[in-house]
Ligand binder design. Structure first.
Ligand code: GZL
Length: 394
């Protein structure tokens, strides 16, 4: 618009000069005015172009600045351990070794979902302790809000938990325990020692009912050094020692079906005809032991030579109880994620959660194998395995 006004004024000047003075001097003046008008118009055009270029450059610079500011804001939020409403959770899971583990992982993924307001960083540590420590350090670098750990083994944790503490990231331990550090907010899980004692006290009562005088037991242990293995072995051994039973051997099957089968194949060779009880520290090991005993012609289950005891009581395990293969199954409940979420919500609202939160377990058998027994003076209730119970199991 300015350019247009300027052009009109200069043209008017040129015309005025022409009218005012015809002749040589006048012509010169007119020429000069025309040249001036052209130069002014060029200057105006150049000025406008410069203004437009400057405006464009300023707009670009402003856009760049805005982007930089947004990025910086996101980084600040990340550094503060999360952006906005979403709660960032890192979960270092043991692995994928058993039906129990599958249920535990699904429970966590269902609870810490995007729909529930979480961003879950999940690492399957494949039963590798070094990988698990690395996963936790990765969560620290990510700047998550909370770290959940199901510790493969119960020691070697204090250094990395100190790093979490220094980073201001609360740690919640789920399922297995950490025994060499207390730098975590809460532990949510089962009482493995009680599980072992329950299996022992049940066997004592069941053997009495069946008129079995001598117990010669073989144990297929879980992952060596895991609190689940330690608790179950110690609990059962405490009753065995008290009752004068013989534990012929204890070897780890690493909580896997393959491990259970390998150990049982060796047992069937080394202790042929000498054992009447097999204790598997989880159902997947029991499935493997069943295959090995089938192949070796060993009869197990109610009414047969060998009593087969198992832990976890997953759906597939209860089906084997119902089929008369596993004689009694001692549950370890994997569905602790909702309780862990409760711990996180308590922390979010500035509260202090309990340090230890026990998840209840149940014991399962068929009617003829259900007997009354107590653990540490507490009467125990056994649940009859039925289609409905199996349907409702994890
Ligand atoms: C027990 C859990 C054990 C299960 C196994 O709480 O850590 O690990 O008993 C699993 O099935 O592999």
């Amino acid at each position: 618009m300015k350019r247009k006004i300027l052009s009109v004024l200069l043209t008017a000047a040129f015309v005025a000069a022409t009218i005012a003075g015809c002749g040589g001097a006048a012509q010169q003046a007119a020429d000069t005015a025309a040249q001036t008008a052209d130069a002014a118009a060029d200057t105006a055009a150049a000025a406008e172009e410069k203004v437009e270029e400057t405006a464009d450059a300023a707009a670009d610079a402003a856009a760049d600045t805005a982007a930089t500011v947004e990025e910086a804001a996101e980084e600040v939020q990340e550094a503060a351990g999360g952006s906005g409403d979403v709660i960032n959770v890192g979960f270092a899971q043991v692995g994928h070794e058993s039906d129990w583990r599958t249920a535990s992982t699904k429970s966590a993924q269902d609870v810490f979902s995007e729909a529930n307001g979480y961003n879950l960083s999940f690492v399957d540590c494949d039963n590798d302790s070094a990988a698990q420590l690395e996963a936790v350090r990765g969560f620290i670098e990510q700047g998550v809000d909370y770290i959940i750990i199901d510790p493969i083994v119960s020691t070697g944790w204090d250094t990395v938990l100190t790093e979490c503490d220094d980073a201001g990231i609360p740690v919640i331990v789920i399922d297995r325990t950490i025994d060499d550090s207390d730098k975590y907010v809460s532990w949510v899980g089962s009482d493995f020692l009680t599980e072992g004692k329950a299996a022992g006290e049940w066997l004592k009562a069941y053997a009495e009912k069946q008129g079995i005088k001598e117990i010669n037991a073989l144990i297929i242990q879980g992952t060596t050094g895991s609190s689940a293995q330690i608790g179950r072995t110690d609990g059962f051994s405490e009753i065995a020692d008290r009752e004068g039973w013989t534990i012929l051997d204890k070897q780890t099957g690493d909580f896997t079906e393959e491990g259970g089968q390998q150990v049982m194949e060796s047992y069937c060779k080394s202790y042929a005809g000498k054992f009447n009880v097999v204790v598997c520290e989880n159902d997947n090991e029991a499935f493997g032991a069943m295959t090995a005993m089938d192949n070796a012609g060993v009869k197990y289950g109610p009414g047969n030579d060998v009593i087969l005891i198992s832990y976890d009581a997953c759906t597939a395990g209860l089906k084997e109880v119902q089929a008369g293969k596993i004689t009694a199954d001692f549950e370890c409940n994997p569905l602790a994620a909702p309780t862990v979420e409760g711990v996180i919500q308590t922390l979010q609202s500035g509260g202090t959660p309990e340090k230890q939160i026990l998840v209840p377990d149940n014991w399962y058998a068929l009617p003829d194998q259900i007997v009354d027994f107590s653990v540490d003076g507490n009467a125990q209730k056994m649940i009859e395995v039925t289609d409905e119970v199996i349907e409702a199991q994890y």
